[in-house]
Design a protein around this ligand. Sequence first.
Ligand code: ZN
Length: 187
Amino acid sequence: MRGEEVFTYWPDSFILTNYRLYAFDDKKDKLYMFPLYMVETFEARKNRLKIKATTGNFEVRGRVPRQDHLIQMWQARAWDVLPKENLDWLARSYSYINPRHPLSQYTYSDTSTVATQVAQETREEMQVTSAEATVGTVYVKPVIKNRCEHCNAPMSWETIDWVGPDQYACPSCNNAHRVDYERFAPT
Ligand SMILES: [Zn+2]
């Protein structure tokens, strides 16, 4: 889909774009596609991803995107620029869309060009895709507190519990914290 950009992906496991997440479940041998605008909460931990979406609750096992990458993508909300009445296109196949909207300003393709690239999820800080990088762009990354301000327990991306798209709970006392966004300079 035009404007759709790959944020991070792991060959044969998942593709996270600014509109959607495609995740392959190793255990069930099944491919899931989540339009991000339908996602209400998500919790990625190790090889498991729990998603609460408007269409139900899902749990995907296998290699999944890191929680901070998901937060960054969710925060960017690229789907907000799509016309509301066309948001359901994100969940439709090309063969459904094309006959109905042959003169659409959007271009669609079922064949993904990214599948042929060999890329890996980077451990580096992700940055906003270059096409969006115009003068005045502010780059931010999600950060969590090192210690809980209520009980002083140490917190890390691995141990916190996600209670909202950008809210997490202390593993020790369960108090909720909001993710902070820190400015950084892209390299
Ligand atoms: Zn605490």
